[in-house]
Ligand binder design. Sequence first.
Ligand code: MN
Length: 230
Amino acid sequence: MTDLFTLPPTPSVPVTGSDARYPVRRIFCVGRNYAAHALELGNAVDREAPIWFTKAPAALCLSDGTIPYPPGTADCHYEMELVIAIGAPGFRVEPDDAQRLIFGYACGLDMTRRDLQNAAKAKGYPWDTGKDFENGAVIGAITPAAHFAAAGQRIALDQNGARRQDGVLSDMIWSIPEQIADLSRLYHLAPGDLIYTGTPAGVGPIAPGDVLEGTVEGLEPVRLTIGAAQ
Ligand code: MN
């Protein structure tokens, strides 16, 4: 038996200090995980459970590239986020036991077609076309967990050299262990699973020609250049 056609190889992410790369299996994202960001979009803070959505691995975009301005939108936004890279399997783990699942951390951009997301929200429809699109999950190199401990580090985004987002990781509503524990009640987490952990306040629109640089103290930055629309 042979396949009818060949699919692209599994996307993978560079790892600092290693020639080996991290292959990506699934991409999970948390919504409204910083109170100031929830409020800037007019949303209430929900403390009952994290809000999950997903992006396909085909949406992955490595740092330092240039992407066309995304199609189907006139209001595409950056959202700077810390990304967790899962490196061990886990199902129904407790927060106290979640750290052992973490392979490493990276800077990421949860690109968002805000106009499509807002239209879907208004009608109670899924967010998929607003969130899951080509080049919509941007990621920098992964730093192994032994070399980074998430605490009160600054998370920031510069657009053309001007600071737009400036928060601290400790302002997350759902902590990293709480996110992993909650997600592991819904899915069998496994190596290759990425978690985008939400964005601080200051999200805003991009335009062709923009250069974005997102940073978390202690990690490799994520950079993205926006080209003309196709
Ligand atoms: Mn986000």
